[in-house]
Ligand binder design. Structure first.
Ligand SMILES: C[S@@+](CC[C@H](N)C(=O)[O-])C[C@H]1O[C@@H](n2cnc3c(N)ncnc32)[C@H](O)[C@@H]1O
Length: 398
């Protein structure tokens, strides 16, 4: 998603919107009460984003695009997905047929269509294109997009709840990890680290601190403190994404041979735990306004956190994957042939040229999405160096 929209006041929801979220507000308040008065933020985030029928990603609300809350790279230009398809094609060729693609969190289904169109043009279609999507509303949205754009390929597309066992092929995810529920925590110089919970007081949702709600979180906080505590101010607030580590471990166990390619915004760990990020990296989006208040506009706004790529790389490595590539979005797209795609645009048609190149600038300029967005690749039994990391591969930064 584009993150540098000019700052502006958070728009107020309409009366209809406020009415529509009442069931979600009731559910959250009920869960807070039945959980002893406070809910781990990870559970709050899970409920507000994914509750069946009423969570943000499961509502009828328009999420993506100008009339929604944010826009992602595949929605900005098909060139993003065409570049990805080049990386996918390289590995599909090495796997020599008999292999599939699975895309997690496929949003509106745009990237799936553009990747399949590009692979078809190169005679490199996979056997199946699985979509692992947890939102039933978005599954329907994806089916509509695919039926409209690539009806002749719909038989290859299979929706699944989980990664298939003994999978051979390519796993893709654009902006999926940032949408996973995170624990919100506070690191203290006296080593009594706390978790931040959500409570309900005087008709308001509020933060309240307490002991970490699980042992793994406590151990993780102790480890972060041991590594970075000397440089962090007291009461440093941040997020821990345990769900992402579990997710990649599950994928690693089921991947027989192939590539996992994840694109998201975030940092390596030593950049993530910088003193200046003392309020953490939570980011909410409502009608293209980005802000940090996750307890407002619930069910109407997206909630995300930046990705700690080192943590996910460690979990992948421990599960037997090879960490093969780490770079920023600019280098990755250029290495996958962005310039050659751009050269296909007729430079004499000024209007078209501007229309098609403007979003590309947003994808690659360092103060837009080019540097904040990273691409990480994990492989199993893949021998060749990946083309997407040929210009720049900074594994040592992880
Ligand atoms: C920010 S949207 C990105 C959508 C799309 N990839 C794009 O770039 O436009 C996050 C997507 O991830 C999905 N999602 C979040 N957690 C997931 C999980 N554990 N498994 C599968 N999908 C997930 C959401 O439902 C949504 O489709």
């Amino acid at each position: 998603m584009r993150l540098n929209n000019p700052p502006r006041p958070l728009p107020l929801p309409s009366k209809e919107e406020l009415d529509s979220i009442q069931p979600l507000v009731n559910l959250v308040c009920h869960d807070i009460e039945s959980n002893g008065g406070k809910l781990p933020f990870s559970e709050f985030m899970e409920k507000t984003l994914y509750s069946p029928g009423i969570g943000y990603y499961n509502s009828d609300k328009q999420i993506f695009g100008d009339k929604g809350d944010f826009i992602t790279a595949p929605e900005m230009t098909p060139l993003f997905s065409r570049c990805l398809a080049r990386q996918v094609q390289q590995v599909l060729t090495e796997l020599d047929g008999n292999s599939d693609i699975i895309e997690f969190g496929a949003g509106a289904g745009t990237m799936a269509c553009d990747i399949l169109i590009e692979l078809e043009s190169q005679n490199s279609l996979p056997q199946h294109y699985y979509i692992g999507e947890i939102s039933s509303t978005l599954k329907e949205r994806q089916k509509t997009t695919i039926k409209q754009r690539i009806p002749h390929l719909i038989d290859r597309i299979i929706w699944v709840n989980d990664m298939p066992e003994e999978f051979r092929g390519i796993v893709l995810g654009n902006e999926v990890i940032d949408a996973m529920p995170v624990h919100r925590v506070r690191i203290n110089q006296n080593k009594q680290h706390e978790e931040l919970f959500v409570t309900y007081r005087d008709s308001q949702l509020e933060w309240v601190s307490g002991e970490p709600s699980c042992k793994l979180l406590k151990t993780t906080l102790d480890e972060i403190f041991t590594k970075y505590g000397d440089n962090l101010p007291d009461h440093y607030e941040t997020e821990v994404n345990l769900a992402a580590n579990k997710w990649i471990t599950d994928i690693a166990q089921k991947l027989d041979k192939g590539l996992i390619l994840l694109i998201d915004y975030g940092f390596s760990e030593n950049e993530f735990f910088r003193p200046e990020r003392q309020e953490g990296t939570l980011m909410c989006h409502y009608r293209h306004c980005a802000h940090g208040d996750a307890l407002t506009h619930i069910g109407l706004q997206d909630i995300t956190s930046h990705v700690n790529f080192t943590a996910i790389a460690e979990a992948a490595h421990e599960s037997g994957l090879t960490v093969s590539g780490f770079t920023n979005q600019t280098y990755f797209l250029i290495s996958c042939g962005l310039e050659s795609f751009l050269s296909e645009i007729d430079i004499n048609d000024t209007k078209l040229f501007i229309k098609e190149t403007q979003p590309v600038k947003q994808l690659i300029l360092p103060d837009e999405m080019g540097d904040l967005f990273k691409v990480i690749a994990f492989t199993k039994s893949i021998n060749q160096p990946l083309i997407g990391f040929s210009a720049n591969n900074v594994l040592d930064r992880l």
